[in-house]
Write a protein that binds this ligand. Structure first.
Ligand SMILES: *[C@@H]1O[C@H](CO)[C@@H](O)[C@H](O)[C@H]1NC(C)=O
Ligand SMILES: *[C@@H]1O[C@H](CO)[C@@H](O)[C@H](O)[C@H]1NC(C)=O
Ligand SMILES: *[C@@H]1O[C@H](CO)[C@@H](O)[C@H](O)[C@H]1NC(C)=O
Length: 286
């Protein structure tokens, strides 16, 4: 698929991708997982895997970022059929917003009912520490304010309604389940719950922007997740979102600190086991 194509896709196109996958695997996943930066290890936990490199899947977009391998992994996690996106598509890579969310509608057509999204995010809330895991309770869609919403354009009722509700985007029951799982596994002391704000990126935020986002009520900021969640909610999937706080954003002009991608990847590596275990425990309880 052309990265910059501005055309939205038809039901038949999504269907062709879904049918091809259903023809090529016996797995019938009810849970889909989108792995964030450095969190692709979740896919390795699956048993009896069937792996499809994105480039082999008809009409599927392909991934360009280092550290974001591109494959769709089907398999079982504690007996639960899952499909895992190892490598996601970011708006900042130059993809059209419909391309970013293409896999979510494919998941819906595969029969998926629950979407779990993970990402790496910068902490805005002063009480957050690097390495905390934040359950997303709500989001602020900055690209949406600027007209970049994947639901713009013709609405196909086979996916969902024209004006979908977003006040319940992040499923309360799943969040409670996540809190219970975190407690059991002893990682509740670094579990937070807050508001995720999406910016388009790829540049990190300025100090003035960080201060603005804090004022607006955002607890963490990142460059993904929101488009996928909008499309998932539109077609009725339940959503659980988890942000790994990989750095604290700079809000002080006297601070010499600078945001950098290497720090993000390092922290991700440290906490990745805990996050993977948490997601896997949550899935066990679905
Ligand atoms: C899936 O398999 C069916 C039955 O074999 C076939 O008719 C159909 O064309 C296949 N679809 C795709 C997209 O591969
Ligand atoms: C994995 O596949 C093997 C052989 O096909 C089968 O015996 C086993 O039960 C499968 N395991 C799971 C967890 O489905
Ligand atoms: C920051 O996080 C804490 C702990 O989760 C929370 O109580 C608080 O409301 C959040 N927001 C602000 C602005 O401190």
């Amino acid at each position: 698929m052309e990265a910059t194509s501005s055309r939205s896709c038809s039901y038949e196109e999504y269907k062709e991708t879904a049918d091809w996958l259903l023809n090529h695997t016996k797995h019938r996943p009810k849970v889909a997982i989108i792995c964030g930066s450095g969190l692709g290890g979740l896919a390795d936990l699956l048993e009896n895997k069937t792996v499809f490199p994105y480039k082999d899947i008809p009409r599927f977009p392909t991934s360009t970022v280092p550290g974001h391998e591109g494959s769709l992994v089907f398999g079982k996690l504690h007996g639960h059929e899952c499909v895992c996106m190892k490598g996601r598509f970011h708006f900042y890579e130059g993809y059209n917003i419909n391309t970013v969310t293409y896999p979510v509608r494919v998941f819906f057509l595969l029969g998926v009912e629950t979407l779990i999204v993970t990402n790496a995010a910068g902490g805005l809330n002063g009480s957050y520490n690097v390495g905390d895991i934040m359950l997303i309770k709500d989001h602020i869609n900055m690209p949406g304010f600027a007209g970049q919403n994947p639901l713009c354009g013709h609405n196909d009722e086979r996916f969902g309604v024209r004006f979908p509700c977003m006040s319940d985007a992040y499923d309360r029951g799943l969040r409670e389940l996540a809190k219970g799982s975190a407690k059991e596994q002893g990682c509740d002391q670094f579990l937070q719950e807050g508001v995720y704000c999406m910016l388009a990126g790829p540049s990190y935020e300025t100090i003035a922007e960080c201060r603005l986002l804090k004022t607006l009520g955002a607890d963490a900021v990142g460059m993904s997740t929101v488009p996928e969640v909008l499309v998932a909610r539109h077609c009725g999937l339940r959503v659980l979102g988890l942000s790994l706080i990989t750095n604290k954003v700079v809000t002080d002009y006297d601070s010499g600190e600078k945001a950098n991608h290497e720090e993000v990847l390092r922290t991700t590596e440290l906490r990745t086991q805990d996050l993977q275990k948490l997601v896997s425990n949550i899935i066990t309880k679905l």
